[in-house]
Design a protein around this ligand. Structure first.
Ligand code: PLP
Length: 350
């Protein structure tokens, strides 16, 4: 095939993380350790009666109405779609001209730069400091069309200081995207500020604390003018009729959400201590995952855990995360399995 047929910005892409999962215990994707959202799962069964011969509502209006109720805002503040990844893609398509730069932090969510690249933008990264906090002055003095940051940050697991994020939002006349994929675990959000700051866009997801990763549902909120501009770019019908129904059921089930957050808060100290007792460096976490640095090669530990049936995510080749691994915070049972398997690997390797 002639390589010139492929758009130049898409020629050197790598395929995304795609492990052989089988029956392995997944602690590599920072999803909900309690499993699928029960209310969502029940609604899914009801959906067998739906007439799927018709298109869904063009813009997922029922879900937007439900989100508006939850946040006490207008439905027109919200854009819903196929995972918050779609929201990030829409943002790039709407705001970034080919060749323009997007500022992201380093290290941060791998797909941030992917969405910039596939939309013909260029990523410029500003390094986080030694505590993985924002370098506000550097960000505000670096040119770029928009700023994209996630808090809690993935994979470092810390949140950014609220005042720092505010200083970035207020610091330059350009859009700032705050990716809150793990926001439910912090109990805090920039989302209610979108009517105050017309340059703020906040993305959120049903994939993590809501326990619906397989359904692919996400949303973003912005001021009314910005939200309308984003809505016009979104592929109509990208949220399917089942996804919308299931998301609404999950939004109404606050008990599962609260329990999911509680379990993470209860298990975080147990898993952190377990990892540091093994002699690993453990970074502070405010999310449902932990970043740690083992004292054996991260790729060896990851591969051996996989052989023993547990998947974790190796970030060891990423600059600033040398030899680091990220694991989801599981239930006590999952965390115990993970730590036991790690002990086995250490006995074999040390
Ligand atoms: C920081 C961050 N943002 C966005 C996403 C995308 O989530 P989804 O497309 O499942 O909503 C993820 C998924 O891992 C993430 O870690």
């Amino acid at each position: 095939m002639n390589k010139d047929w492929i758009r130049s910005t898409c020629r050197d892409l790598q395929l995304y993380y795609n492990p052989k999962v089988g029956n392995k215990l997944r602690m590599d994707t920072s999803t909900n350790a309690l499993g699928a959202n029960p209310a969502g799962q029940r609604e899914l069964m009801e959906c067998t009666k739906l007439n799927v011969g018709q298109y869904p509502n063009t813009y997922g209006d029922n879900l937007r109405d439900e989100l508006a109720k939850l946040y006490g805002m207008s439905s027109n503040n919200f854009v819903v779609g196929n995972g918050s990844d779609e929201a990030l893609d829409i943002i790039m398509k709407t705001l970034v001209e080919p060749g323009e730069t997007v500022l992201t932090a380093h290290p941060a969510y791998v797909l941030h730069s992917f969405f910039v690249k596939i939309n013909a933008g260029r990523t410029v990264t500003v390094d986080l400091d030694d505590d993985f906090q924002l370098d506000v002055d550097k960000i505000n003095s670096t040119p770029g069309k928009l700023v994209l940051l996630c808090t809690p940050n993935n994979p470092t697991a810390n949140t950014f200081r609220k005042d720092d994020l505010k200083a970035v939002i207020e610091g330059a006349d350009r859009p700032v995207v705050v990716d809150e994929a793990y926001g439910e675990y912090t109990g805090d959000s920039f989302l209610p500020l979108v009517n105050k700051y017309d340059n703020l866009i906040v993305t959120r997801t049903f994939s993590k604390a809501y326990g619906l990763a397989g359904m692919r549902i996400g949303y973003m909120a912005a001021g009314l003018e910005m939200a309308e501009a984003l809505q016009k770019v979104k592929i109509p019908y990208s949220l399917n009729v089942i996804g919308e129904r299931v998301a609404i059921a999950a939004l109404r089930d606050r008990e599962f959400l609260d329990r999911s957050v509680r379990v993470v808060n209860e298990e975080r100290p147990f898993l952190s201590k377990g990892l540091s007792d093994l002699g690993f460096q453990v970074f502070p976490s405010e999310a449902n995952y932990i970043l740690f640095r083992p004292d054996l090669p991260s790729d060896v530990l990851t591969a051996k855990l996989s052989e023993k049936g547990v998947l974790v995510r190796d970030f060891g080749k990423v600059r600033r995360l040398e030899n680091c691994i990220r694991t989801t915070i599981g239930t006590r049972e999952m965390n115990t399995v993970l730590l036991d398997k790690m002990r086995e690997v250490l006995r074999e390797c040390r």
